[in-house]
Design a protein around this ligand. Structure first.
Ligand code: PRP
Length: 186
């Protein structure tokens, strides 16, 4: 266990503790501030999982910025990527000529991000970058653009810090491996 966090039911082990996450986000925020300066980037959070990361990241940044959200669906309640991506909520604004930063909680198969980047690129932003808190080490994942990665993690089902299993566990302050007995129905 890291950072002395109490472990919730359903947690097999804590992978990244609360303080470790916040420290890394601070570093990522400094890098983003330096990249965008006075250009007022639009941070696009991918609902629902990226909400926690988005709110911490934007508060750690000190430059002027705007935010918007997209919602896409790929997983359902399953623990494996289905490969099906659809837009449930689109951006509220045009992004033509804007500097856009896609903010993701996790890149797993890469399917969601690849789809989002295709959609957003067609809208002619000035540039389009990706910040992901987590990237899974997965040999068969799509080689998709991720400009800033918080942590590279093993290919296990993770929960917490925005990430869910069947809608639950998003409010855990740390990233943890789900106890396999939960999805085995034991
Ligand atoms: C998760 C996560 C990413 C995506 C990554 O979202 O937030 O968007 O899956 O997986 P991939 O790289 O295999 O496509 P999910 O569809 O579970 O929705 P959620 O954010 O509401 O949990």
């Amino acid at each position: 266990m890291t950072d002395g966090e109490p472990r919730a039911d359903g947690v097999a082990r804590i992978l990244i503790g609360d303080q470790e996450i916040q420290l890394r986000i601070g570093e990522m925020a400094i890098a983003l501030d330096a990249t965008y300066g006075d250009d007022v980037p639009l941070l696009v959070g991918v609902l629902n999982g990226a909400v926690t990361f988005m709110t911490d990241l934007m508060r750690a940044m000190t430059i002027a910025l705007e935010i918007d959200f997209m919602a896409v669906s790929s997983y359902g309640a399953a623990t494996q990527s289905s490969g099906v991506v659809r837009i449930l909520k689109d951006l509220d604004r045009e992004i033509e000529g804007r500097r856009v930063v896609v903010v993701e909680d996790i890149v797993d198969s890469g399917l969601t991000l690849q789809y989002l980047l295709d959609v957003l690129e067609r809208r002619n932003p000035r540039d389009l970058r990706v910040v992901a808190l987590l990237k899974k080490e997965k040999p068969n994942a799509i080689a998709v653009q991720v400009d800033h990665i918080g942590f590279t993690i093993p290919d296990e089902f993770v929960i917490g810090y925005g990430l869910d299993y069947a809608g639950k566990y998003r409010n855990l302050p740390y990233v943890a491996v789900l106890d396999p007995r939960i999805y085995a129905g034991e």
